[in-house]
Design a protein around this ligand. Structure first.
Ligand code: S3P
Length: 176
């Protein structure tokens, strides 16, 4: 029986908002991978990208996932690019059901517009075509990682959370 749930998906698909609600309902510890990376590094995500590039950020992401993948009963809110390194998913899968949140490029653009500065990959004026091409590139990575997939485009955060809970009934998940 698995004890963790990991949320994956592109930026702006609602991983953090949904994750916090789910953690509360399912009595799991909410763990945000990006936050742990900034804590460990002592600097923000944009600073890490600036000083060490995406490669440096991905190394830190691998280290954090390695540590938390061995812990139990967590709701793990992963950064959008966690799927790019297979080792992350292999480690998470040992004790997590992996839930992939999706949204349309229009919806993603609308949701990330106010928070672009905190996301180095979406900095400046982002075009829908850029989101679409990054989404297309990443789609196979998400597909091969996910146990279940939820399209969040027309759903409220609460609706996404309750749909995930319903779909999780197929999986044996430990709840205290
Ligand atoms: C990234 C997504 C971000 C963060 C970093 C890289 C990505 O997390 O990890 O900026 O590669 O998609 P969110 O998906 O929580 O925005």
């Amino acid at each position: 029986m698995k004890t963790n749930i990991a949320l994956i998906g592109f930026m702006g698909t609602g991983k953090s908002a949904t994750g916090k609600i789910l953690a509360r309902i399912l009595k799991k510890k909410y763990v945000e991978v990006d936050f742990l990376i900034t804590q460990e590094a002592g600097k923000s995500i944009p600073q890490i990208f600036n000083d060490e590039g995406e490669i440096g950020f991905r190394d830190k992401e691998i280290n954090v996932i390695k540590i938390i993948a061995c812990r139990e009963n967590q709701l793990i809110d992963c950064g959008g690019g966690v799927v790019l390194n297979r080792i992350n998913i292999d480690r998470l899968k040992q004790d997590a059901v992996i839930v992939w949140l999706t949204a349309s490029p229009d919806e993603i653009l609308r949701r990330i517009a106010p928070e672009r500065e905190g996301r180095p990959l979406m900095k400046g004026k982002v075009k829908k075509s850029e989101i679409r091409s990054l989404l297309n590139f990443r789609k196979p990575f998400y597909e091969r990682s996910a146990d279940l997939v939820i399209d969040t485009s027309n759903l409220s955060i609460e609706m996404v959370a309750s749909r995930i809970i319903r779909e999780l009934q197929e999986y044996e998940i430990f709840n205290p």
